[in-house]
Design a protein. Structure first.
Length: 212
């Protein structure tokens, strides 16, 4: 810890393991031994030993979460055996932090990526400009080049999306139906009133009413 770095008085006197738990509960990326040692005013070796002890304790106790060392640091993760419970919470409309429109749009991007906004709009039947901006701002989707035929910007999901969904890769995405009930209609001959997912369809975003 440098002389110019100051932290609230008494930090070094806190019980180490509870202090580590409190800090790790609020990190948005893996925290390194060095950073935690600096913040808590303890030797790095003491921090490293305490982290490993905590990780072992959670495993022995059969907790629903684990403390894992990833990407050079430490972070809490839910245990894979409780994935169904986490998935149920994430998919619960009453608990979702995103609007229903945003969740539906995110699902289309996840299963159709890379995909343009016009194609997302074609699947959902409404203009998705506002919703896509929200997803971009939240770091759930990102630009992925342009479509050769039209020059339209393509979008894909991010690593942050995988992290929030508790997935190691896109191959672990759940079945399509819970997210996108109209998928069968999109894949096959679209019934009347349901837009077809036609890669050659013209961009109609400007003509549709934007859904926020």
């Amino acid at each position: 810890m440098t002389e110019s770095t100051t932290y609230p008085e008494g930090v070094a006197g806190l019980a180490l393991k509870p202090a580590l738990e409190a800090v790790l509960m609020v990190v948005d990326e893996p925290a390194t031994d060095e950073h935690l040692a600096s913040v808590l005013g303890r030797p790095r070796r003491e921090i490293a030993d305490a982290l490993r002890e905590l990780a072992d304790e959670y495993t022995i106790q059969g907790r629903g979460f684990e403390l894992r060392q990833v990407a050079g640091g430490w972070r809490f993760f839910t245990r894979p055996e409780y994935a169904d419970a986490v998935e149920a919470f994430v998919l619960d409309g009453q608990q979702a932090r995103l609007t229903q429109a945003a969740l539906e749009t995110l699902a289309v991007v996840a299963y159709r990526q890379p995909v343009s906004r016009s194609r997302v709009s074609a699947v959902r039947g409404v203009n998705c400009d506002g919703v896509m901006r929200t997803l971009l701002q939240r770091g759930l989707v990102e630009e992925a080049g342009t479509e050769p035929e039209t020059g339209a910007i393509l979008y894909r999901t991010t690593n942050y999306f995988l992290e929030r969904m508790g997935l190691r890769g896109l191959d672990e995405l759940p079945e399509l139906a819970p997210f996108l009930p109209e998928a069968e209609a999109v894949e096959g001959d679209s019934p009347e009133g349901v837009p077809s997912f036609d890669p050659d369809a013209p961009d109609t975003e400007a003509d549709d009413k934007t859904e926020l």
